[in-house]
Ligand binder design. Structure first.
Ligand code: ZN
Length: 384
């Protein structure tokens, strides 16, 4: 009985958005048009939630093949929670309509919504002719699919066996990071777009060239951040040997697990991320710091620890990351990983007491001693 009622309700909604039910857009949209567009958007949400392809197609203008592809991508991604909320609607040319909507969605396993702004173009009969979303959502990766690991979800258009390999490697890296942090494994969603340009379009804050991966929410700055994602350059990660890829995945998994601890100096956050990644990667320190050793041979030992800006400077980034890695390894050897993680948590929190205070109180040392020890270590490493 309840099934029959549900079916009738759906039919009623479908009838109300049948072509021809809306007036032509000669003036400002009235409440009737707004209501009708909202019913179209509701119908699309229901179609995604119940895997109802005919229901979705009933909202799409012919021949909007891209819209049919969206439904297929959402299905392959196993997305069930997906909605479009109307914010504004304006008349377009020749009786068409242009709606601004907020798209909310969850990938499998997400506990909070991701949000994307989109413009939906509708025909005079209120069928969806096209959608432009910003930033680019995952379902616009051509041929996208998802593979779930134990602690991971890998989204991309690479062959399924490669995505499965990444998920397995990511699971091991996540477990290693969780052990270091002495906390439950973070869930890591890795997105592998077709290329880095595509990755940059998926991140609201953009992504500069030359990165292997970037970790953060995809929402633009100034809007509420959604779940944290890892976006990777497919050419870089497929070209790495498994040990180096484990190190990269561990590095990003560390950032996912600690993304709220933003106030620490970057030599500590990036150094710990490097340490977390390389610790069980099987890649030895000599190989992991090849760039630093080359630079020290050429330019000598740096006077100071890398400043925050060095990590974003293409010229200084190698020495910054590898130098920070060496520093954190040294600190862990001297104080144990538990104390270094504790110092990072204290420094990264919003009300940080400041670097000198934490070095003194948590580690019983000071910046001058730490810097001298690091210079000695870097000198020894460069001689190898
Ligand atoms: Zn990093």
């Amino acid at each position: 009985m309840s099934h029959r009622v549900a079916v009738m309700a759906l039919v009623a909604i479908a009838a109300s958005v049948l072509p021809g039910s809306a007036p032509a857009s000669s003036g400002p949209p009235d409440a009737h048009v707004r209501d009708a567009v909202e019913r179209v958007l509701d119908r699309r949400e229901q179609a995604v939630g119940s895997d109802d392809e005919p229901g979705w197609r009933a909202t799409v203008a012919e021949p909007a093949a891209a819209q049919v592809a969206v439904f297929e991508s959402l299905r392959r991604l196993n997305v069930r929670r997906w909605s479009e909320r109307l914010t504004t609607i304006d008349p377009g040319p020749a009786g068409s309509w242009r709606a601004a909507v907020e798209v909310r969605y969850r990938l499998p396993g997400d506990r909070e919504d991701s949000v994307v702004d989109a413009v939906v173009d509708l025909t005079p009969r209120l069928l969806v002719a096209g959608v432009t979303a910003t930033p680019t959502p995952p379902w616009e990766i051509p041929g996208v699919q998802s593979v779930a690991g134990r602690h991971s979800l890998v989204v991309g258009a690479d062959p399924a066996d490669r995505l499965r390999t990444y998920a397995a490697e990511l699971d091991r890296a996540v477990t290693s990071v969780a052990e270091l942090l002495a906390e439950p494994p973070p869930r890591v969603v890795l997105i592998v777009p077709p290329d880095w340009d595509h990755a940059a379009r998926m991140i609201g804050s953009g992504a500069r060239a030359g990165l292997a991966a970037v970790t953060g929410p995809l929402e633009p700055p100034g809007t509420a951040p959604g779940p944290v994602r890892v976006l990777a350059d497919p050419a870089v990660i497929s070209g790495l040997d498994p040990g180096s890829r484990f190190a990269l995945f561990g590095h990003e998994a560390f950032h996912v697990a600690t993304h709220e601890l933003v106030a620490a100096p970057r030599w500590l956050s990036e150094g710990l991320a490097e340490y977390a990644g390389y610790r069980e990667s099987g890649v030895d320190l000599t190989r992991a710091t090849a760039g630093l050793r080359r630079q020290v041979h050429r330019d000598g030992v740096p006077d100071v620890l890398p400043d925050d800006a060095a990590f974003d400077d293409p010229v200084r980034a190698t020495i910054a990351y590898e130098g920070a890695h060496v520093l954190v390894r040294l600190l862990v050897a001297q104080h144990g990983s538990g104390d270094i993680v504790a110092a990072f948590r204290t420094l990264g929190a919003e009300r940080s007491p400041g670097l000198e205070a934490v070095l003194t109180d948590v580690l019983g040392t000071d910046l001058a001693t730490v810097t001298r020890g690091w210079q000695t270590e870097v000198t020894a490493l460069a001689r190898r």
